[in-house]
Design a protein around this ligand. Structure first.
Ligand code: NAD
Length: 332
């Protein structure tokens, strides 16, 4: 029995590693995200039931993929993590219950609710308010130096506005391609019989990892900030949502759809409202991220190997599956 399980764990690990390489390193996914998530879940389930059979190389314990050769490597001083997923309201509710138990005071938790933008996670390092370095997440510990490329994105300030920013401030967020820009880009590609992008996420990733920044400069990319990493020589507010407001005052873009709510029921209401409006948004979102809003509570709750325990991505159901498959089928 355990031999069969061990063989399946080994096969699923290899399968996911190959999907990760295609997706993160080559920017050429070969399966839909929904299919990837199904295989990932299957492996997670088997590993939970048989922890002794988990392989050291398991993708359930790691973030993203290795950085591409051709770019200088950047070591992240504070690791860039992924997010755990919830695929339905019950899983989200279990997450909320778990946190309540951990925090132990029985009170409803204050959550920051944010659309989960489907792009590429990026770190921007500001020294004394000046943009010094832009990097991809890579495998969470080492990313790619894409400074010249991020400097071409007009919504990223090269110098922060105002005063009071820490001497070293690492801002994290998602670089994405809004839908209108993605469609216009693919339209042009079709007219020129050139290769189209599979989806806006893939378009953002491919555009950011250009060795020639003049190519990136022509791509309609946007950045939206959702957290901070390294902070030295200065203080930030004590609530996540206030930190984002502060970043906004310093000239960085944040998501105007984000909301602070009390308790899990209000989270589900927010989720349903955003799911209903999803198609009208100017960019692709693939779910909602719920984060414990108090930084002190986040610190008390902590991390597991590849994700914070104080946040969860509640993914939308399979719409993405269909659009991705259609896009792959129509690719020239
Ligand atoms: P993820 O995309 O599920 O979640 C983590 C990421 O969400 C963060 O790194 C960040 O980039 C992003 N994010 C967006 N909005 C955010 C916000 N408001 N706050 C915080 N983070 C926010 O995790 P991942 O590790 O980047 O990727 C895993 C997912 O990628 C899989 O679940 C799968 O759907 C997809 N994937 C697909 C393939 C494939 O072959 N199709 C391969 C690998 C991964």
């Amino acid at each position: 029995m355990s031999q069969t399980v061990a063989a399946e764990i080994s096969a699923l690990t290899a399968e996911l590693e190959s999907y990760n390489y295609q997706y993160y390193v080559l920017d050429e996914p070969t399966v839909t995200d929904a299919e990837y998530d199904r295989v990932f879940r299957r492996l997670q389930g088997l590993e939970e039931a048989h922890p002794e059979l988990r392989l050291k190389t398991s993708p359930t314990q790691r973030v993203g993929g290795a950085p591409l050769d051709g770019f200088k490597q950047v070591k992240h001083e504070v690791r860039m993590l992924s997010l755990d997923n919830a695929f339905d309201a019950e899983e989200f509710s279990a997450f909320d219950q778990r946190l309540k138990k951990l925090l132990g005071d029985g009170a409803e938790i204050e959550y920051a609710c944010e659309p989960k933008l489907d792009g590429v996670a990026v770190s921007l390092l500001y020294r004394n308010g000046v943009l010094e370095r832009g990097a991809t997440r890579g495998d969470g510990q080492v990313g790619e130096d894409i400074t010249s490329n991020v400097r071409t994105i007009k919504s990223i300030p090269l110098q922060l506005l105002g005063t009071g920013y820490p001497e070293l401030l690492e801002v994290r967020g998602e670089i994405y391609m809004p839908r209108a820009g993605f469609e216009a880009f693919n339209q042009q590609a079709r007219e020129r019989y050139e290769k189209e992008f599979v989806n806006p996420r893939n378009a953002a990733a491919g555009s950011l990892r250009q060795l020639d920044p003049t190519v990136t400069a022509k791509r309609p990319l946007q950045m939206c900030c959702y957290s901070v990493g390294l902070v030295e020589g200065g203080e930030l507010p004590a609530r996540h949502s206030d930190i984002l407001e502060q970043l906004h005052c310093w000239g960085l873009r944040i998501n105007s759809e984000s909301q602070v709510v009390q308790g899990s029921e209000a989270c589900i209401t927010y989720f349903d409202q955003m799911a209903a409006r999803r198609d009208q948004l100017p960019m692709d979102i693939d779910g909602i991220v719920f984060k414990v809003n108090s930084i002190a509570a986040q610190e008390a709750i902590g991390f597991v190997s590849r994700a914070p325990r104080w946040a969860i991505a509640h993914k939308f159901p399979a719409q993405e599956e269909m659009t991705t498959v259609e896009a792959i089928e129509f690719q020239v």
